[in-house]
Design a protein around this ligand. Structure first.
Ligand SMILES: [Fe+2]
Length: 107
């Protein structure tokens, strides 16, 4: 599954940097899947010990996801600018997204 599935364009036309970014994008998706799967396991298990173990594992996936996202957004400043307007902000998510859109349109 991992292999070359992350490429959408001929791999020989991609730079080493873009290939590494593709690897990190694949990892980001895998970390999000892991968070989702642990979430489901935590919710269906009837055993408190199993729930605690899965919750512990999920916390590590939160960190892995954040690391991958940070790496990728350091490579893509416009994406970073959008995230700065939307993430960790109170208020209406869509209104914050509109502000983000204005920022990148004027960039
Ligand atoms: Fe992970």
């Amino acid at each position: 599954m991992a292999g070359t599935d992350q490429y959408h364009e001929p791999v020989e036309e991609l730079s080493d940097e873009v290939r590494d970014m593709a690897r990190m994008f694949a990892s980001l998706v895998e970390e999000a899947d892991a968070i989702n799967w642990y979430n489901q396991r935590i919710h269906v298990s009837k055993d408190p010990e199993v729930k605690a173990l899965m919750a512990h594992a999920q916390k590590e996936e939160f960190e892995h996801f954040a690391i991958d996202l940070e790496y990728l957004t350091r490579k893509m400043p416009q994406w970073r600018a959008v995230l700065k307007e939307i993430l960790f902000k109170d208020g209406d998510i869509l209104e914050n997204a509109e502000k983000a859109e204005e920022i990148i349109e004027n960039d």
